[in-house]
Design a protein around this ligand. Structure first.
Ligand code: G16
Length: 547
């Protein structure tokens, strides 16, 4: 126990902007650098929890600017608030899925993950803190609401005056009587992956000359990917590119999409390029999958992984169910139907999958925002998705393009795109959504270039395990045969508002499966403009990112 006399009570003034978003508190670094800003939030987290005295906290982050400084703050505050032990990744590094695994493996009370995910890093960019509960998953809304409420009334926080500990030295350190264990951030995670996948089969595939390229985007997955793909699976050195985590991600935007991972995409589109390419984001929970001359949308990836998961040892006995966020395409629904298992549709945010996974209702989950994962942890997991793909490729010995063609021929194809309008004025974004919501009751029957609107609503979710209700989770406008538009505002941006428009058209098996997505979706895109006046509200002629 930390001696009470060492504890310092620091008076502070509440900030009014510490409401956690889709995934924790994300702000500009300069906001976090205000005196007491990080401290207030960390104390608000601790004040919202009960029963952690003497228990274990896991701490780690994606290595971005401010990571090490805030970890030292957390260590002192954890000790002052009565935690018995903190486990921290060496160098302050833990990918989000690895942190989830460490929390679960060591039976920790919870964890603090320091990351702003796929947002850029550096002194002028973004930082973030999120709290994960004892199941390893993001805190549910009941907890994040309590943290926010506390942040509005906080008047003091507890800390210590102790020197920094050496985050690079593996082993046990002491912070005024509280043990701090600095662990290898990769070892536990790599070991878990070996239990789920057939490493020998993947090694054999790589031995045939099958080439892969993994872009770690100068973010957290570099050490994990190098250990797993190059050392344990024997891929040649250089398979992992941008493999060293940098505080500013080498000035890149560590978002694994076709805009920010364009180099990888361009290499994969060459006839003599690698057979398989993948990337992960700042904190390692997102993934991008590209086969030789075949990009795979995250929604399609979820469907293919679910349909073929039984080929990997960890999933050989089948899936209990599949869960996807509401804006994610319905491709996985068709796989669930064919497998005779339930499909759960949740709001955006990985936290909504936690209860389903804990209850054993779902085994595989996925989101259009480049996230897929399973019951092995309680976060989405970029490297896990890459390994499951490689396991499937090793078992089927077909190209990604052939697997996709086969999948669409069997299930039909959900043409899909997401248009993001970033950094727009918050009042304009709110006005667009308010107008759409006001029109919901009268939208059905409206003629558009994509045909008549069949139904429209604002998505509301009732958690089947605890009955909690999350309302206003996105406006859905439905057309015939499974086509739809979804409008919602992002909960992860740090500047103004980001409008997300999700566009989906279903083409049944035997139909036109080889269209360019832009062409297939053009009538729906025109319908979106007609129904929501996007140009007028955003002042933008084009989306800033199309994925
Ligand atoms: C987070 C959440 C995801 C969500 C994504 C996008 O991902 O964990 O569940 O889909 O944000 O959310 P939004 O559309 O509200 O911006 P990450 O990778 O940023 O932690």
């Amino acid at each position: 126990m930390v001696e009470a006399m060492l504890v310092q009570i620091v008076e502070t003034v509440a900030f009014d902007d510490q409401k956690p978003g889709t995934s924790g508190l994300r702000k500009k670094v300069r906001v976090f650098q205000q005196p007491n800003y990080a401290e207030n939030f960390v104390q608000s987290v601790f004040d919202s929890l009960e029963g952690y005295a003497g228990d274990t906290l896991v701490v780690g982050g994606d290595g971005r600017f401010l990571n090490r400084e805030v970890i030292q703050v957390v260590l002192r505050m954890a000790a002052a608030n009565g935690f018995g032990r903190v486990i921290v990744g060496q160098g302050g590094i833990l990918s989000t899925p690895a942190a989830s695994h460490v929390i679960r493996k060591y039976g920790a009370f919870g964890g603090l993950v320091l990351s702003a995910s796929h947002n850029p890093g550096g002194p002028d960019e973004d930082f973030g803190i999120k709290y994960n509960i004892g199941n390893g998953g993001p805190a549910p809304e009941s907890v994040t609401d309590a943290i926010h409420a506390r942040s509005l009334t906080i008047t003091r926080y507890k800390t210590l005056e102790t020197p920094d500990i050496d985050l690079d030295a593996i082993g046990t350190h002491d912070v005024a009587g509280m043990a701090v264990e600095v662990i290898d951030p990769v070892a536990d995670y790599a070991e878990l992956m070996e239990t789920l996948f057939d490493f020998a089969a993947i090694r054999a595939l790589l031995g045939t000359g099958f080439t892969i390229s993994f872009d770690a985007m100068s973010a957290v997955t570099g050490p994990y990917a190098t250990e797993i793909f190059e050392r344990r699976l024997g891929a040649p050195a250089g398979t992992v590119v941008n493999g060293t985590p940098l505080p500013d991600f080498g000035h890149h935007h560590p978002d694994p999409n076709l805009v920010h991972a364009k180099d990888l995409y361009d290499r994969l589109m060459q006839a003599d390029g690698p057979d398989f390419g993948a990337a992960s984001d700042g904190d390692g929970d997102r993934n991008l999958i590209i086969g030789k001359q075949r990009y795979v949308t995250p929604s399609d990836s979820l469907a293919v992984l679910a349909a073929n998961a039984h080929l990997a040892p960890g999933y050989a006995s089948g899936l209990a169910g599949i869960a996807r966020s509401m804006p994610t395409s319905g491709a996985a629904d068709r796989v669930a139907a064919a497998l005779g298992i339930p499909l759960y549709e949740t709001p955006t945010g990985w936290k909504f999958f936690g209860n389903l996974l804990d209850a054993g209702l779902a085994t595989i989950c996925g989101e259009e925002s480049a996230g897929t994962g399973s019951s092995h942890v309680r976060e989405k997991d970029g490297i896990w998705a890459v390994l499951l793909w490689l396991n499937i490729l090793a078992a089927r010995r077909e190209s990604v393009a052939a697997i996709m063609a086969d999948h669409w021929a069997r299930y039909g194809r959900n043409y899909y795109a997401r248009h993001d309008y970033e950094a727009i004025a918050t009042d304009r974004a709110n006005a667009l959504m308010a107008k759409l919501r006001d029109s919901l009751a009268t939208l059905a029957g409206t003629e558009t270039p994509a045909g008549a609107v069949q139904a429209a609503d604002d998505f509301s979710y009732t958690d089947p395990t605890d009955g909690s209700v999350s309302a206003k989770q996105g406006v859905r406008i439905l057309f015939a045969e499974g086509s739809r538009l979804v409008f919602r505002l992002s909960g992860t941006g740090t500047q103004g508002a980001t409008l997300r428009l999700y566009i989906e058209r279903y083409e049944p098996a035997g139909g036109d499966l080889g269209l360019e997505p832009g062409d297939a979706l053009a009538p729906l895109i025109a319908a979106a403009e007609q129904l929501a006046s996007i140009r007028e509200f955003t002042g933008m002629d084009e989306p800033s990112v199309i994925t």
